[in-house]
Design a protein around this ligand. Structure first.
Ligand SMILES: Nc1nc2c(ncn2[C@@H]2O[C@H](COP(=O)(O)OP(=O)(O)OP(=O)(O)O)[C@@H](O)[C@H]2O)c(=O)[nH]1
Ligand SMILES: [Zn+2]
Length: 185
């Protein structure tokens, strides 16, 4: 990441809004913003593959569900946060991943400029590619700050996105079970 460029950009925005970037309270802000970008856009420098190097042999083919994974992302249209919960399920093939790796995969795709639909699909793609499961289902529910603190100004509105792949696409009962397990059915 080019931290110098981020600092210059942050300073320009402050000047653009008519602020004095040299005043005491703002003096260190471009530097803070650069360090913050390293954190909130850190997923750009990660590949989900690195979280699937270690896998375990599956002893059952029952659904594995990680639910209520809190995530914070940034909408690519306004660079304002959207945040909420991810629920990720898969039906194992031969292998299962360490449980934390599902949440780490969510982080890889949350920590970049995003739209919620693409983030949902990218999580499903990564699981399909690296775990070769029999099926994957991902549901994200999030509140978008660009719809609350500006624009249409509708606080409390939740955007829900889903992706179903493999067995979940073929079997409505499986989808229903997933939805019941995440209390959406
Ligand atoms: N599909 C989708 N849209 C998003 C997401 N995050 C923000 N948006 C929307 O992106 C759209 C951008 O619309 P534009 O008309 O180009 O921008 P705008 O004039 O700032 O839009 P308003 O928010 O309606 O004021 C808005 O409708 C946002 O609500 C997302 O994750 N997925
Ligand atoms: Zn937005």
């Amino acid at each position: 990441m080019d931290l110098e460029k981020i600092k210059q950009g942050a300073k320009l925005i402050l000047e653009g809004i008519g602020e004095d970037p040299e005043r005491e309270g703002l003096m260190d802000t471009p530097d803070r913003i650069a360090r913050m970008c390293e954190e909130i856009f850190g997923g750009l420098e990660q590949d989900a593959a690195e979280h699937f190097e270690k896998k375990f042999h599956a002893t059952s083919n029952n659904m594995v569900l990680e639910k209520d994974i809190t995530f914070y992302s940034v909408c690519e249209h306004h660079l304002l946060p959207f945040y909420g919960k991810a629920h990720v399920a898969y039906i194992p093939g031969d292998k299962v991943a360490g449980l934390s790796k599902i949440a780490r995969t969510v982080e890889v795709f949350a920590r970049r400029p995003q739209i919620q639909e693409n983030m949902t699909a990218q999580i499903a793609d990564a699981l399909e590619q690296h775990l070769e499961p029999k099926g994957v289902m991902v549901l994200l529910e999030a509140e978008h700050m660009c719809m609350t603190m500006r624009g249409v100004q509708k606080p409390g509105t939740k955007t829900v996105t889903t992706i179903v792949r493999g067995a979940f696409a073929e079997d409505m009962m499986l989808q229903q079970t997933f939805l019941q397990m995440v209390n959406k059915g």
